[in-house]
Design a protein around this ligand. Structure first.
Ligand code: PMP
Length: 407
């Protein structure tokens, strides 16, 4: 895989930023879109636009075929056993809320436990806080290692027969560590619980095989893996999806409706009320084709190699403190550079055409746990090159000089 060639597929990379080359290092927030995805969206609206699952006309059938073909692409991408296990949502956040509300509130009773960690994105924490509150259940937090990571042993230390649900990230959006989910799934299942995986950073950066991982739910967002915004995926094992109570009702999801009752369609339509984001799903399908053609193994190798290079180069900078493990991580580097406020750092870099993120990265409890205020985050993806990392280091050195002079 040649990232320079990959970059050519992304029209935005040619947009000058203050007259400079764009160095886009905010991929954990959202990834850029290749021409293949942009064209798929345009082609749908130009040549196939109609609503799905209702019209008997030509365009209605074409749109439905394209939408269902996208579902099949998602199924193959995460190796689910059937397309009915793939529910389209607005993104990771809406998928996690659907599980917490539609499944969590169904199975949780007073005194039950939800096992979670302080390293979760707010989207994989707040829905569980709310579900626990509604049911009188308790949240149990997995003790984190010194570098913020999660081990199977730590999970074992908190899971009990009262654990109905464990909800964990696949790859942390702050630390870039990869959670050993397969082993964790075994521990959770041995106690009768189900494992919900937040794959928002996992699906874009590593091959996913939900059968091998043996998770019960796996969710992710299209926009972080080169697809459009507003589309995401909820995968669930069929028996669990069958139990999941819809949280939205209306058109598309009903089989039969009377004045005082209604019955629901089969999976996955039961969980997709209203007109779905048809173009978004088709765009996600195009993104999956794009990634699959390159190969997720190659993308994973590229991300790991480049993050290793970036870590090495960051160590050249005095006073640079990187959060998280120094090895076995991927794509994400969260750091503090001396006493420079991360927002100031991001502003200096922005003037150089370099986009990074500053703040809490939607993980405030983790920042607190590290005793850290806001941090800077550079996150890499398949089109990033060593030159991009070099530009980042140069920009950081420039910021250090600037703030040293102004002291
Ligand atoms: N979980 C993780 C680990 C994330 O990185 C993100 C996005 N930053 C989310 C959940 C939420 O994703 P979305 O905003 O697309 O719903």
């Amino acid at each position: 895989m040649n990232p320079h060639e990959v970059k050519q597929c992304f029209p935005i990379m040619n947009v000058p930023i203050y007259g400079k080359r764009l160095v886009y290092l905010d991929n954990a927030a959202t990834a850029q879109k290749p021409v293949q995805v942009i064209e798929a969206l345009e082609a749908f609206y130009r040549m196939a636009n109609a609503n799905v699952h209702r019209g008997v006309h030509y365009l209605g059938a074409k749109a439905t075929d394209m939408y269902e073909a996208a579902r099949e692409k998602v199924r193959a991408f995460i190796r689910a056993s059937e397309a009915a296990e793939i529910v389209f949502t607005r993104g990771t956040t809406s998928a996690l809320n659907l599980i917490a509300s539609g499944y969590g509130r169904l199975v949780l009773c007073e005194g039950d436990e939800i096992v979670i960690s302080l390293a979760e994105h707010h989207s994989n924490l707040i829905p569980w806080e709310q579900a626990a509150k509604a049911a009188g259940a308790t949240l149990k937090f997995i003790p984190l290692q010194e570098d913020g990571t999660i081990t199977p042993e730590a999970v074992r230390s908190v899971v009990t027969p009262r654990t109905k649900i464990a909800a964990l990230h696949h790859i942390s959006n702050v630390l870039g560590d990869v959670v050993p989910l397969r082993e964790i799934a075994g521990i959770v299942h041995a106690h009768g619980g189900v494992l919900v995986v937040d794959g928002a950073q996992g699906a874009p950066h590593s091959p996913v095989d939900v059968g091998q991982m043996d998770c019960d739910f796996y969710v992710f967002s299209g926009h972080k893996m080169c697809g459009p915004t507003g589309i995401g995926v909820l995968y669930g094992k069929r028996p669990l999806l069958e139990q999941l109570v819809p949280v939205e009702y209306g058109g598309e999801m009903v089989e039969s409706v009377d004045a005082e009752w209604a019955s629901w369609k089969e999976l996955p339509y039961r969980l997709e009320a209203g007109t779905p984001l048809i173009a978004g799903a088709i765009g996600l399908g195009a993104a999956i084709d794009f990634l699959a053609q390159i190969g997720m193994e190659k993308i994973e190798r590229h991300d790991r190699r480049l993050v290793g290079y970036a870590l090495e180069r960051l160590q050249e900078l005095k006073e640079c403190k990187v959060l998280g493990p120094l090895r076995h991580r991927t794509s994400i580097l969260t750091f503090q550079l001396g006493e420079i406020h991360p927002h100031d750092l991001a502003t200096v870099l922005d003037a150089e055409g370099i986009a990074i993120r500053a703040g809490y990265h939607c993980a405030q409890p983790l920042a607190k746990w590290f005793g850290q205020a806001a941090t800077a985050r550079a996150s890499l993806y398949l089109y990033n090159t060593e030159e991009d990392v070099d530009a980042l280091i140069l920009g950081l050195k420039k910021a250090q000089d600037l703030f040293r002079r102004n002291k």
